[in-house]
Ligand binder design. Structure first.
Ligand code: PHE
Length: 456
């Protein structure tokens, strides 16, 4: 968002931030990671990550943005002029741009699935298929991995982003998401009910909710940490920018807890939808069913069991597309606002500067999934490499710097003043949060990093 944008109400403020937070990270990334990392074990570590690290880092970003009255880089400059701390803001900027490249691809799939549901193509041939169990896996390969279709839909997504971002965020998408985000919750609840009524649902719930402590290892911890940052849109300067439009009266601790719990509940609802279905349809963690298949295979399988499959499917992917768009625009906005402010170009130009190269970068991400050799990095497609590198490394590193800056570089009472709105109310959690930001977050992030590197 640029300087002329403000939040008109508390609801708008929370809706915009939740709109950025709730996205494909909850619906596509969270269940995939939970499945890869031991279900309940991952969930448990994830909960620790959001409470011990997520909320404090969010509050550090909020304080930085509200006091600094600018975006990622600008807030550092305003609060400590003449110092080099603004370099920390560049981490967020870099992360957001890299994330945009692969996020746009997944966002493209959501509108492709929406379209193919509306036309009925997604379910065509299912009833008569000889092998129904692999029907949607084959379909997914056709739709999102091979050929030019996924690239076409990614381009459509980039164009949609361009149109919305050039127009400005506030009037269009923010109003749109105010209505659609509550509907997303409602639809999720309906799908939960359907999934829970499947045979063997309890087996799936057991996998998701019962932690097997033996499965907790450094890989699980680093993935959960990365997911916490990714899902809450942390470490990228988004929340710094958004909070620069918070009024001085916003109670930030309460706001951050509300946002975190809403975001978390969407992820948990997705787990409740997906895991019973995984068990019921006998899908296991085989190589065919890595990552993205949970949303693009398992869900269509549930829809196929329902009367009016194609309409349920269309409804779901419509909401998913909206969740994706509210997130892509917030990711793109970080770089656009920066180019707009820093290089003093018009907003329109800034949108083109940031989004036109995406046609190339996202295409590279998309075709890397096809096994193109020169696009494999560290034994994985560019798409996955970017995802893991940004979420697991850059975001935590950027969060680490923000905690050091807010907790140690700025005057000692800075955080306390921000969290209590300059002493206008008392909050018994403030000392705990100060302690978490100053000591626990930096130390934990460092420890997780070191353990991970030693393992490599
Ligand atoms: N938090 C969003 C999600 O969970 C993704 C996102 C990441 C949005 C970074 C903005 C910034 O999908």
């Amino acid at each position: 968002m640029t300087k002329d944008t403000t939040f008109s109400s508390k609801f708008g403020l929370i809706a915009a931030t939740v709109g950025s937070a709730v996205g494909l990270g909850n619906v596509w990334r969270f269940p995939s990671l939970a499945q890869e990392n031991g279900g309940g074990a991952f969930l448990l570590v994830y909960i620790c990550c959001i409470f011990i690290l997520g909320i404090p880092v969010m509050l550090a970003e909020f304080s930085l943005g509200r006091a600094g009255r600018s975006g990622s880089v600008g807030s550092f400059k305003n609060l400590t002029p003449g110092k080099k701390w603004w370099i920390a803001g560049w981490f967020g900027l870099l992360a957001s741009y890299l994330i945009l490249a692969f996020y746009m691809v997944v966002a493209g799939w959501t509108i492709e699935y929406l379209w193919k549901s509306l036309t009925g193509e997604l379910f065509e041939g299912f009833a008569t298929a000889t092998n129904q169990s692999t029907f949607f896996t084959d379909k997914m390969k056709d739709l999102i991995i091979t050929g030019s279709a996924p690239i076409f839909w990614t381009f459509i997504m980039i164009i949609l982003n361009l149109i919305i971002l050039i127009k400005g965020v506030k009037k269009g998408i923010e109003k749109f998401s105010n209505i659609l985000m509550p509907i997303l919750f409602l639809i999720l609840l309906i799908f939960c009910a359907v999934s829970l009524s499947l045979p063997n649902a309890s087996e799936g719930l057991k996998f998701f909710f019962m932690p097997d402590f033996d499965k907790i290892n450094s890989q699980v911890i680093i993935s959960a940490l990365g997911q916490a940052f990714f899902s809450l849109s942390l470490g990228m300067g988004i929340l710094v920018t958004y909070s620069s439009y918070f009024p001085k009266t916003t109670k930030m601790v309460r706001t951050s807890i509300t946002i975190t719990l809403l975001d978390f509940s969407v992820s948990v609802l997705m787990g409740i939808i997906i895991f019973p279905a995984v068990v019921s349809f006998g899908i296991n963690g085989s190589e065919d069913v890595a990552g993205m298949t949970l949303v693009f295979v398992t869900l269509p399988e549930i829809f196929a069991q329902m009367i009016g499959s194609q309409w349920w499917s269309a409804l779901f992917f419509l909401l998913l597309s909206v969740a994706a768009i509210t997130s892509t625009i917030s990711i793109a906005e970080v770089s656009i606002a920066f180019v707009h402010d820093h290089f003093k170009v018009t907003r329109k130009k800034a949108c083109y500067i940031i989004l036109l190269p995406m046609f190339l970068f996202s295409t590279l991400c998309s075709i890397s999934l096809n096994g193109v050799e020169w696009l494999q990095i560290a034994n994985m497609p560019l798409f996955d490499a970017l995802d893991k590198f940004t979420a697991n490394i850059i975001l935590p590193a950027s969060a680490f710097l923000i905690c050091l800056y807010v907790g140690w570089v700025l005057p000692k009472n800075f955080l306390k003043n921000e969290l209590t709105n300059y002493g206008t109310f008392r909050s018994f959690v403030t000392p705990t949060i100060l302690f978490l930001i100053r000591f626990v977050c930096p130390i934990l992030i460092t420890m997780i990093f070191i353990t991970n590197f030693i393992k490599i």
